[in-house]
Design a protein around this ligand. Structure first.
Ligand code: ADP
Length: 394
């Protein structure tokens, strides 16, 4: 009997042990499963956060504006690619103070103002160490629902192009006013002298009236050239492209300028092959040739020779040139002669009725034909202006 009881107890203990072991194993399994699922969801959560951060960074990096985010203590939290480029940042500045990262007191001052005033601040700044790079900064405090500040965000827009356009506009207005004022004040001066008595001297009054006519003509040319430039720049002039015989175009322009050339005893030579053609706007091409040949006569030498030539070149283009044997253009002025109102010798240009816009018009017209202009000149050895046009379509 005691053996039976002992056996039952042993069997019971073993069964209990086995049951307990299985239960323990089951509990452990459940626990491990739970742990695994917690770590899985944690991993998923971390991955989602990383994915979101990567998406945010990609979004910020794709912006043309520079973005800078500061944490509540004023340390750099995020900088996008455009901002790195604006400030030429070579290292990772995250975690640094504004002063450490950018070394610009005006940015520190701007952030101090948003902390105090909480309102969006607009600020324009010139980038130090650059020649005329301007940024506009919109700075704002990052606030939570309760109005507590959690940092600052600064967005930087590149203003350089706008500033350049504004400068060009101001310069243009100043130049135009100057160009208009000079002949007008001369005309007024001569009229006053005539009224003061010079009109009674027939010889003097004829000379003064001729001078007045010359300056009135200059005003007319100036206004015509200004209108042409403004139409070309705003794309209002549509090029009427068709097959143009270049030799014949040059003949026409030479006819128009022959008396001017003869006045200076200058020879005009058309060396173009009679069958050379281009895909161009005939009227505008005449204007280009007129301006270049007229300049060659004006600025070339007395009894000189002007050669007008052309030939097919690479990329289905025709290159044309106008070559004179005049005094040439100094090296520092060569690139600038295509700028509006630029003259090497201001007095000479005025005297010859120049507006300072002729080569600028040439450049615009050639560019409207997808061509390029250039100039080669040696002081004392003449000047050659080159331009390209598209070849005629087969
Ligand atoms: P402008 O009305 O003064 O002639 P342009 O734009 O036609 O204006 O020319 C700009 C300047 O380039 C001229 O004032 C002149 O100084 C210089 N220039 C143009 N063509 C020649 C040339 N063939 N030889 C020397 N200088 C030239």
């Amino acid at each position: 009997m005691p053996y039976i009881l002992l056996a039952i107890t042993v069997v019971g203990a073993i069964a209990l042990h086995l049951w307990w072991q299985r239960r323990y194993a089951r509990l452990q399994g459940e626990c491990a499963r739970q742990k695994q699922s917690i770590s899985d969801s944690q991993q998923k959560h971390d991955q989602e956060i990383m994915q979101k951060q990567a998406e945010q960074q990609a979004l910020f990096n794709s912006m043309t504006e520079g973005v800078l985010i500061l944490d509540p203590s004023g340390h750099v939290q995020l900088v996008n690619r455009s901002l790195q480029q604006f400030f030429d940042l070579k290292t990772d500045v995250r975690g640094q103070t504004l002063m450490e990262a950018f070394r610009l007191q005006e940015l520190v001052e701007l952030v101090r103002r948003i902390q105090e005033e909480r309102a969006v601040q607009d600020h324009e700044m010139e980038l130090p160490g650059t020649s005329g790079c301007w940024l506009q900064v919109n700075a704002a405090a990052v606030l939570d629902g309760g109005g507590v500040q959690h940092g600052s965000i600064l967005v930087f827009h590149d203003l350089t192009r706008l500033k350049q356009l504004e400068n060009t506009r101001q310069e243009f207005v100043a130049n135009v006013s100057h160009e208009l004022r000079t002949p007008l004040s001369l005309i007024k001066g001569f009229v006053e002298t005539l009224l003061d008595g010079a009109k009674n001297d027939p010889e003097l009054s004829t000379r003064f009236l001729q001078t007045i006519e010359k300056h009135a003509d200059r005003l007319t040319y100036l206004i015509e050239d200004l209108l042409t430039i403004s139409k070309l720049e705003s794309g209002q002039i549509v090029m009427n492209l068709h097959e143009v015989n270049l030799h014949e175009e040059v003949v026409r322009v030479i006819e128009d300028l022959q008396s001017r050339a003869s006045g200076k005893n200058v020879k005009l030579q058309n060396t173009l092959s009679p069958d050379l053609t281009a895909h161009a706007d005939a009227d505008r091409l005449e204007q280009v040739l007129f301006n270049l040949i007229e300049n060659a006569i004006k600025y070339g030498r007395e009894a000189g020779t002007i050669i007008i030539g052309g030939k097919p070149v690479a990329d289905n283009k025709i290159e044309m040139w106008v070559q004179d044997d005049g005094p040439g253009i100094p090296p520092e002025a060569r690139e600038r002669v295509f700028e509006r109102f630029y003259r090497v010798d201001r007095a000479r240009s005025r005297e010859t009725g120049g507006t300072g816009l002729g080569l600028s018009i040439v450049k615009h017209i050639v560019q409207a034909h997808s061509g390029e202009v250039s100039v080669k000149s040696e002081p004392g050895a003449g000047t050659t202006f080159f331009f390209t046009l598209p070849q005629s379509k087969e």
